[in-house]
Design a protein around this ligand. Structure first.
Ligand SMILES: [Zn+2]
Ligand SMILES: [Zn+2]
Length: 404
C-alpha cells in the first residue's frame, strides 16, 4: 500500500513488520510519525488523548490529529551514468551482485572489511537504479559519514539531483534522485525510495534502536530493494543473502592489533614517541578520560586535541587533524567512515566498554590508503576481555579468507 497522498490517523495499532528485524513484543498503540509508544493525558478536544513525547520537537501529535503525507506525485528520476571507475576484480563481483539485487527487487547483505572501498562498489547499482526510474537512498547513522559519502557521490554523478540530509543541513525536507541521509532525518519521509542502501547497519545506534529501522521501512516503497553494508554483521543480518569481500581494495591485509597487557603511562608515551612523525589517534572509553589523558600528555610536553560526539567543533578539529602529525584523543565517535592517511591507532583501556564491532572498526582506520597500506594498532588494557580477543580473531580470519 502506497502511503503517499494519504491521510493517516496519528496513532495506530501495530502492523506486522515486513523488514528484517524482530517482531514487536505486543500489539500496542504507536505514534505513526516516530514509531514510539505514546503517553495518555487530558486533551484540548475534551477527551483523554494519546500524545507522543518522543517527537514533540516536530509539534504535538495527538490521537485526535491526523498525519498528512505529501500528496504531490514524485517527479521522474533523471537517468545518469557514473564517472569512470577503477574497480578491482573483487569489487566488480560485489557491484554485479548489487545490480542483480536491484533488478530483482531483493535484499542483500554486503559483508566487506574496513577499507574494502565500499562506496565505489555502489555506483554501478546506483546507475542501474537511476536508469530504470528508481529513486535511491543511502542512509547511515552518522552525519560525518553522510558528508563524506555526499562528496564521493557528487563526484561520480554529475547530472542527477543529490540531496544530503543531516541535522542542520541546507537540503532539509527535500527529495533527490539520490538522497544521502542520516537515519534520523528519515522520520519525515514516507514511501519515497525504490533502492535503499544502509551503510554500517550494525553500527550503534542501529543495533539497539528499533526506531531507526522503522524510519527506514517507512521511507521505502513497496517492493524496494534493500542493500545492507557492514564490516561486522550481526547474526540476524547474516541470515540475508550475503556477498563477502574480505580483502582491502589495495590488496594489503588488515593490520592485526597488538595487545599490551598490562600497561602503564610510560608504555603509552613510548608508543606515541615511536610514531612521532605520524598522525596518532588515541581512543579512550569515556568522555571524562579525554581530559585525564590530555593532562598526562601535557605534563610530558605533548600537545593533543580532544574530540567527542557532542563536541560542537568536531568537524573543524577532525579536518585540522587530517593535515597534521599531531595526537587526537577521541571516544568511539570517530571510529567509522573516516579516512586519515597513515594514521596510527592506540586504544586505551581496550578491555572496557568497547564491543567487538567497535574494536574491529577502530582497527580498520589504519592502513586504508594505498600509499600507506600498513600501520600499527595497539590495544592497551589492564585486564582481558572477550571483545579484544574476538576482534583480533575475526581480523585474522578475514585476512586468511582474503588471501586464500
Ligand atoms: Zn512520536
Ligand atoms: Zn484530543
Amino acid at each position: 500500500m502506497d502511503l503517499r497522498g494519504r491521510v493517516i490517523p496519528a496513532y495506530q495499532l501495530d502492523e506486522p513488520i515486513d523488514y528484517p528485524i524482530k517482531r514487536l513484543p505486543a500489539v500496542t498503540w504507536r505514534c505513526q510519525r516516530c514509531g514510539q509508544l505514546p503517553t495518555r493525558g487530558p486533551c484540548t478536544c475534551g477527551k483523554r488523548c494519546y500524545y507522543c513525547r518522543h517527537c514533540l520537537v516536530f509539534g504535538k501529535l495527538r490521537t485526535c490529529d491526523y498525519l498528512v503525507t505529501d500528496p504531490r506525485p514524485l517527479e521522474p528520476v533523471q537517468a545518469d551514468h557514473h564517472a569512470e571507475l577503477n574497480l578491482t576484480v573483487d569489487q566488480q563481483r560485489i557491484a554485479r551482485a548489487i545490480v542483480k539485487t536491484i533488478d530483482q527487487k531483493k535484499r542483500l547483505l554486503v559483508h566487506a572489511v574496513c577499507g574494502a572501498g565500499k562506496t565505489p562498489m555502489l555506483f554501478p547499482g546506483i546507475e542501474r537504479a537511476l536508469c530504470t526510474q528508481k529513486r535511491v537512498l543511502i542512509t547511515t547513522p552518522r552525519a560525518d559519514v553522510v558528508r563524506e559519502l555526499t562528496v564521493h557521490v557528487k563526484g561520480a554523478f554529475r547530472q542527477t539531483t543529490i540531496v544530503s540530509l543531516f541535522g542542520g543541513s541546507a537540503d532539509r525536507l527535500q527529495l533527490g534522485d539520490i538522497t544521502i541521509s542520516t537515519t534520523h532525518q528519515l522520520i519525515h519521509y514516507r514511501a519515497c525510495f525504490d533502492v535503499v542502501f544502509i551503510d554500517e547497519v550494525d553500527a550503534f545506534p542501529y543495533h539497539a534502536d528499533r526506531t531507526l529501522h522503522r524510519y527506514v521501512r517507512q521511507a521505502m516503497r513497496t517492493g524496494a530493494s534493500l542493500i545492507l553494508l557492514s564490516a561486522t554483521p550481526s547474526l540476524r543480518n547474516k541470515l540475508l543473502p550475503t556477498v563477502r569481500l574480505m580483502r582491502r581494495y589495495h590488496g594489503f591485509p588488515l593490520p592485526v592489533p597488538r595487545l599490551q597487557i598490562p600497561y602503564t603511562e610510560t608504555d603509552v608515551l613510548d608508543w606515541l614517541a615511536t610514531h612521532s612523525t605520524k598522525p596518532r589517534l588515541v581512543f579512550v572509553p569515556k568522555v571524562d578520560d579525554l581530559k585525564v589523558w590530555q593532562d598526562v600528555f601535557r605534563q610530558h610536553q605533548l600537545k593533543s586535541e580532544t574530540v567527542h560526539a557532542a563536541d560542537p567543533d568536531r568537524i573543524t578539529k577532525v579536518g585540522q587533524f587530517r593535515q597534521t602529525t599531531g595526537i587526537l584523543l577521541t571516544t568511539t565517535i570517530l571510529e567509522r567512515g573516516v579516512t586519515l592517511v597513515d594514521v596510527q591507532v592506540a586504544v586505551l583501556d581496550a578491555d572496557q566498554a568497547f564491543s567487538v564491532a567497535a574494536l574491529i572498526q577502530i582497527s580498520g582506520r589504519v592502513g586504508r590508503s594505498a600509499d600507506f597500506p600498513e600501520g600499527e594498532v595497539v590495544f592497551f588494557a589492564n585486564d582481558r576481555s572477550d571483545a579484544m580477543y574476538q576482534a583480533i580473531h575475526q581480523i585474522k580470519q578475514a585476512n586468511r579468507e582474503g588471501f586464500r
